[in-house]
Ligand binder design. Structure first.
Ligand code: ADP
Ligand code: MG
Length: 394
């Protein structure tokens, strides 16, 4: 990797701004359900502590849309960090304020300060220049360790790099190396399993995966736009209306290239989007008008399993259904287990997908667990990640 890392510079007594990806999944009570992203961020932080830097940590959490949301405060994350680092983390109640600037000035070597949720400030997502500059003024050096956010052109990811020397943290480096070799050295068949709910993000990358992969297994919220595009009625299932035509084209392109793009044959449908809703399994052409699809059915599971067992390389992002609810977890659970039974090199990414493999106790049988979901798809797609490009070269 030709970008500078924290190994390449002297951080002693320097104020180092670390943009981490501490965007962990939370339950309804605001408890962290999976700490993977926090734990993965520790090596960089620990290195900086050991080397006597003054650390200013920052991340976003969830999607507060530019305003304060009580439930998305960084407090539980500060607590988890304190537990893992076994030292105090000074949690700020604001993203940016004179108090924040004051506290930063008081930092001693080895201290760790955590800013409030970056996305409470609308300017973060706007990649606002003044905000980037204000963030940069807190520090002498910028470290990007947020692989999961590196496809986003946000102030703490891109703009800030204009103002202070900007380098790579250990996690970002490790993630990039892993995906790089996955692309370069992957054995075929290369099977990509796609699901989840962030469909507008994910649908767009699918077309370009054609160049890399042999088979796509689609499930979760993202498969319904595809099903709709070939004429199925999907009831009230998730739909990205303006992507219908695109989805149809993608399916054609895969077919023309002789590659497989598999869609569900049967679906677990629910009357309402509720944990204890009535549900049943139906063939894909029998989704009742006012119901919605919340998991893949057993026939689909079996078909997907066959492909997984034949694969030599597997990448999985996005749960197959609403696995958080028992009635709709089977698809995700069986796919997770099938991956561990296959002999393929496996990489799994995405906050919720990681939560799923933890839930089914298969994490230690997965080749590599990536903190990135959408971003890893972008990488596989061959897109240069803007936040990585913005860092300084060796
Ligand atoms: P990741 O975090 O792994 O990248 P996403 O954030 O895109 O994945 O999606 C995860 C969420 O998708 C889960 O919370 C799950 O409940 C939801 N989901 C999966 N299938 C469906 C579906 N058919 N309808 C609605 N939501 C779904
Ligand atoms: Mg998610």
């Amino acid at each position: 990797m030709e970008k500078k890392t924290i190994r390449d510079i002297d951080v002693k007594n320097k104020r180092v701004f670390v943009r981490a990806d501490l965007n962990v999944p939370l339950d309804d009570e605001g408890n962290i359900t999976d700490e993977t992203r926090i734990i993965s961020s520790l090596p960089t932080i620990q290195y900086l502590i050991k080397n006597n830097a003054k650390i200013i940590l920052a991340s976003h959490l969830g999607r507060p849309k530019g305003k304060f949301v009580e439930k998305l405060k960084m407090d539980p994350i500060a607590k988890a960090l304190e537990k893992h680092l076994a030292k105090e983390v000074k949690k700020m109640d604001q993203v940016m304020s004179s108090k924040v600037k004051n506290e930063v000035r008081k930092l001693k070597s080895g201290d760790v300060l955590l800013l409030e949720n970056l996305r409470f400030d609308k300017r973060e997502r706007d990649n606002d220049n003044d905000f980037s500059k204000e963030l940069a003024e807190l520090a002498d050096v910028y470290v990007n360790d947020a692989f999961g956010t590196s496809h986003r052109e946000h102030a703490s990811m891109i703009g800030i790099c204009k103002y202070i020397p900007s380098i790579m943290g250990f996690l970002l480096e490790k993630e990039l190396n892993t995906f790089f070799s996955l692309l370069k050295e992957s054995e075929h068949p290369f099977v990509v399993i796609l699901g989840g709910s962030k469909i507008s993000d994910k649908l767009g990358v699918v077309r370009n995966l054609l160049k890399v992969v042999d088979t796509i297994l689609a499930g979760g919220g993202m498969c319904y736009t595809f099903l709709k595009s070939i004429g199925f009625e999907i009831g009230k299932s998730l739909l990205e209306e303006e992507m219908i035509e695109y989805c149809k084209q993608v399916l054609d392109e895969f077919r023309n290239e002789g590659k497989k793009f598999l869609l569900p044959e049967d679906i677990v449908v629910a009357e309402e989007f509720k944990k204890d809703s009535v549900f049943k399994t139906v063939q894909i052409d029998k989704i009742p008008k006012d119901w919605l699809g919340l998991d893949i059915g057993q026939k689909t599971i079996d078909k997907y399993k066959d492909e997984i067992l034949k694969a030599k390389t597997i990448f999985w992002n996005g749960p197959m259904g609403v696995f958080e609810w028992e009635s709709f977890e089977k698809g995700t659970k069986e796919i997770a287990i099938a991956i561990t039974e296959s002999k393929a090199e496996s990489v799994v990414g995405g906050g919720d997908t990681i939560a799923a493999i933890k839930k089914y106790n298969v994490a230690d049988k997965i080749g590599y667990i990536s903190t990135g979901g959408g971003v890893s798809l972008k990488f596989l797609e061959g897109v240069k990640l803007p936040a990585v490009e913005a860092l300084i070269n060796k």
